[in-house]
Write a protein of this length. Structure first.
Length: 573
């Protein structure tokens, strides 16, 4: 075929134009490069790098001195240094700074000093940042201000109200605790940090016979109820006012709602009374001569109330009540078919300690309750609906596992009476502690305070148990300082104490995913008398229930100063 010279010229021009288009800078033609070309224009066509995300790398909220942010770009970048970043804060934070930068490619970690004070911190990239991709193309879309935020809490402002009246405000740093006392009677008690950091609180009460000369002979410590658990119904396994001269049972009820509420008390399936309470009003009720269970304290659906069982005990031959106990009711939302307790002391000191388990069926169907101690089945007990039973064993050990065999809801507690070493005097101390529902079993528990400051008058023990299937290391931290780590085999329990130590908060913890339980066991006595008179046992608060606000039905701080010493324990864990 014949080709004329004009066609040849046209072909040459077309080839040269194609070559020019391939090797020319792409921005000249405003289109991406096709083909292969030399540096600095590698394939594919270089675009401006951008930030994919800035995320928190640590827990939030935080009280840590340093936290990390993870900065992710869409492509590998260079020329990254701390001067490219800045912090945006809110609240009262001061002294914050960018501490260091590590990483390469598309992912970097920026460490930040959180300073002091409460507020929020966000890591941004400045508008003048000099970050580029590997081709030297700079970032656009700056500044970047859309990253995640840390909420920083270095201290908590804690308010306490009793019966709707403010009693004081207290600023506590992390790992700090305080004891509060008021010359006032009333309730409900509300303890809160106003949306600030998580806190923990309990009610502590010491009791003695009417005297200003003898020492304290009874002690009770009860965990305050986290606000998230406030509901319209609470459960107890047993009520016992059968001996009006030796054992006194009171139900403390309070309305923490914004409207008046009718509160009904049912014992053993029988309604015993209905009481109308105004907002922020509390009341105690009792039924002399009555013995039975379970106990249900309830109001209308959606109502917000709280309830506790208040118990006094004494040697009938002595004047006045020697010991006391107060146990918060179990919220309806936590009813379970299985419960756990760290330990049971039923054999070592039968003359000084009378221990029993209270169990009750709160379901509408009959069930059988099985009890295991240290992994061994100790007994099976048939229970009809709305009935209860007292169970005793002549043994020491733990943990204690209580379960219904058919999934029926039950409730259980540990009851302990104590007296000085004697078989002739009456019981002088009492404590009742609610068993822990199996759904709340976790790897960490909290208490506001530990006090073994007076080894001759006040004795504190931490009871710990491993309810897991493998051995676990359990660490005890008090006031931010690790006090010991203990290795427990499955179904093993142990008690530990630290003579002379006082402080808080207390954290009992194991590895993430571990299953342990813990309680604080307290003994008290008149130093002039032989043996311990009274005792208390309080289950630890599971980590999942830590809150910024707690409630207690009532506070007795004024009526009987010579016989009752009441205080609130608060702490920032």
């Amino acid at each position: 075929m014949k080709t004329n010279k004009f066609e040849i010229v046209f072909l040459v021009i077309a080839v040269l134009a194609g070559i020019a288009a391939i090797y020319a800078p792409p921005e000249k033609y405003n289109r991406p490069r096709l083909g292969i070309y030399p540096y600095p224009y590698p394939y594919p066509y270089p675009t401006n790098p951008f930030v994919s995300s800035i995320t928190r790398a640590d827990a939030n909220p935080t009280s840590a001195a340093t936290v990390d942010f993870t900065v992710t770009f869409d492509t590998p970048v260079v020329e990254v240094d701390t001067d490219d970043f800045e912090l945006t804060k809110t609240g009262g934070i001061t002294g914050e700074s960018i501490a260091s930068l590590t990483g390469s490619g598309a992912t970097y970690t920026v460490s930040v000093n959180t300073g002091s004070g409460n507020g929020t911190l966000r890591l941004d990239i400045k508008s003048g940042a000099t970050i580029t991709n590997l081709s030297g193309v700079a970032m656009t879309a700056l500044p970047y201000e859309s990253g995640e935020v840390y909420t920083v809490f270095k201290s908590a402002d804690i308010d306490v109200t009793i019966g709707g009246t403010n009693q004081g405000n207290y600023n506590l740093n992390k790992d700090e605790s305080q004891v509060l006392k008021y010359v006032v009677d009333g309730g409900p008690v509300v303890i809160g940090s106003g949306g600030g950091p998580d806190i923990i609180a309990s009610l502590n009460q010491w009791r003695r016979r009417p005297s200003t000369t003898v020492g304290w002979t009874g002690v009770a410590q009860s965990m305050a109820l986290p606000v998230s658990l406030i509901t319209n119904a609470y459960y107890f396994p047993r009520y016992d006012y059968s001996s009006t001269n030796a054992l006194y049972n009171n139900l403390l009820i309070a309305n923490v709602d914004t409207v008046s509420r009718d509160i009904t008390i049912t014992i053993g399936g029988v309604v015993r009374g209905t009481y109308t309470l105004a907002p922020s009003q509390s009341q105690y009720v009792n039924y002399p001569g009555l013995l039975g269970g379970p106990v249900v304290v309830s109001s209308a659906s959606g109502a917000r109330i709280v309830a506790s069982l208040y118990e006094l005990i004494r040697d009938p031959s002595a004047a006045g009540w020697n010991g006391q106990s107060e146990m918060m009711g179990l919220p309806a939302s936590q009813l379970s078919d299985q419960y756990l307790i760290p330990n049971y002391f039923g054999a070592a000191n039968p003359n000084t300690l009378n221990v029993s388990l209270y169990i009750a069926n709160v379901d509408t169907v009959s069930t059988t309750v099985e009890i295991r101690i240290a992994g061994i089945l100790r007994g099976s007990y048939p229970l009809a609906a709305s009935t209860g039973q007292v169970v005793k064993y002549n043994l020491d050990g733990g943990p204690v596992e209580i379960r219904s065999t058919n999934g029926a809801d039950i409730v259980a507690s540990l009851n302990q009476w104590r007296r000085r070493p004697s078989t002739t005097v009456g019981w002088t101390g009492v404590t009742q502690s609610m068993a822990l529902p199996v759904s709340l079993i976790t790897n960490a528990y909290y208490f506001p305070r530990y006090d073994y400051s007076s080894t001759n008058a006040l004795y504190n023990n931490l009871l710990i148990a491993n309810v897991d299937t493998v051995s676990r290391d359990i660490t005890i931290t008090i006031g931010g300082v690790v006090r010991g780590t203990y290795t427990l085999a499955p179904s093993q329990s142990q008690y530990v104490n630290y003579p002379g130590l006082v402080g808080g908060p207390v954290v009992v913890s194991s590895a993430p995913g571990a299953r342990i339980v813990a309680s604080l066991y307290e003994l008290i006595r008149d130093p002039s008398a032989a043996g311990w008179n009274g005792q208390s046992e309080m289950m630890g608060l599971p980590a999942s229930q830590l809150s910024d606000q707690y409630l207690i039905p009532n506070y007795f701080g004024a009526a009987n100063p010579n016989t009752l010493n009441a205080s609130l324990y608060i702490a920032v864990p």
